[in-house]
Design a protein around this ligand. Structure first.
Ligand code: COA
Length: 248
């Protein structure tokens, strides 16, 4: 069976790759389980100095699998997505993301937990939570306004319109925009440079930059409660069904 999340460690760099290109790397419950598992594994592996998150097939991710939202919605605080978000929000090793193509929903909100982000010039970003009858997750309701200010965060989360890599750069959501052919080179360049630095100092510096983490963990719990309730609402179910009915 095809592995939908690939994990490979080379020269201190753990690469995590979403590998479901036919579904634009939409993330299923099983994929969250695997992502969370590998994040924890990388944290415990002394050989790993830095992590690189990316998507295969020219796209980062179309966000949460909407079929899963209909058929097997996450419920309660201890689910694969909750375990993944906790591992992401408490990661002490540096996280780099290289994104291209579609960067939707959790594809955007997980970037707020990454330390360095490079985007391909054609990348398109969107957080359509409200249009799907949902609320923001991954502590984006806390981290995004901190990063871009309230009005820009409201524009991104309430209007939910698509925005370009150039917009993401201008708003401070990514560090650099490059041609698609350079994406991996830039990400691996950063990863190689970080992997060569003293790991203790790196982790302490990240701890300081990310402090206080309990606020982030608490906000994830608060959002998860609302998100789970909204998943069962008629407005959300109607929006998911409309997505799958669109080409009929
Ligand atoms: N969940 C489940 N399946 C998804 C998906 C998602 N989030 N995003 C895409 N897919 C599937 C499509 O159903 C389609 O499957 P099919 O070939 O079996 O019909 C396949 O992936 C390709 O999608 P398609 O819409 O044809 O690709 P596109 O390149 O024209 O458009 C997107 C890409 C991302 C703009 C579009 O797929 C989309 O809007 N996806 C939903 C995004 C979303 O709302 N995510 C949830 C955020 S919380």
């Amino acid at each position: 069976m095809t592995e939908l999340v690939l994990y490979q460690v080379t020269d201190g760099i753990a690469e995590l790759t979403l590998n479901r290109p036919d579904k634009r790397n939409a993330i299923t419950s099983a994929m969250y389980e695997s992502l969370g598992h590998h994040l924890r594994e990388a944290e415990l592996d002394a050989e790993v100095r830095v992590l690189l998150l990316q998507g295969g097939g020219g796209t980062f991710t179309a966000g949460n699998d909407l079929r899963d939202f209909l058929d097997d919605p996450p419920s309660g605080p201890d689910t694969p997505v909750a375990r993944f978000l906790h591992a992401l929000a408490t990661a002490r090793k540096p996280l780099i993301a290289a994104v291209d193509g579609w960067v939707v929903g959790i594809g955007v909100t997980l970037l707020l937990h990454c330390d360095l982000v490079v985007a391909g010039e054609g990348a398109l970003f969107q957080t359509p939570f409200v249009d799907l009858g949902l609320v923001p997750e991954a502590a984006s309701s806390l981290l995004l306004p901190r990063m871009v200010g309230h009005h820009k965060a409201a524009e991104i989360l309430l209007l939910g319109e698509r925005f370009t890599a150039a917009d993401a750069l201008a708003w401070g959501l990514v560090n650099r925009v490059v041609g698609t052919s350079e994406l991996r080179t830039v990400a691996l360049g950063w990863a190689t440079s970080l992997a060569a630095k003293p790991p203790g100092a790196l982790q302490l510096t990240k701890d300081l930059l990310r402090s206080p983490r309990h606020q982030v963990v608490d906000r994830i719990a608060e959002e998860t409660e609302m998100f789970t309730r909204q998943l069962a609402s008629p407005e959300a179910i109607g929006a998911f069904e409309a997505f799958f009915d669109r080409s009929r």
